[in-house]
Design a protein around this ligand. Sequence first.
Ligand code: SF4
Length: 69
Amino acid sequence: MPLHVTFDPAKCQGYANCLIEAPEIWDFDEDQNRAVLRLTVVDDRLRAKAESSARCCPAQAIRVEEPGP
Ligand code: SF4
């Protein structure tokens, strides 16, 4: 089942942990010093990486959720 990834840029502190955990999902804007979400929906192949990027964000700016019914 696909997972939805959401991101609050206002909370992002630019630690780039998300990018290190999941470069397939995240990019980084050096000028703005914050992450850029590349994929808002990820499949099972990237599930573990999406969850670990959310877990490792010190600013809790990332949410990974199952889609609603
Ligand atoms: S880990 Fe969190 S605070 Fe760091 S760049 Fe990614 S979203 Fe921003």
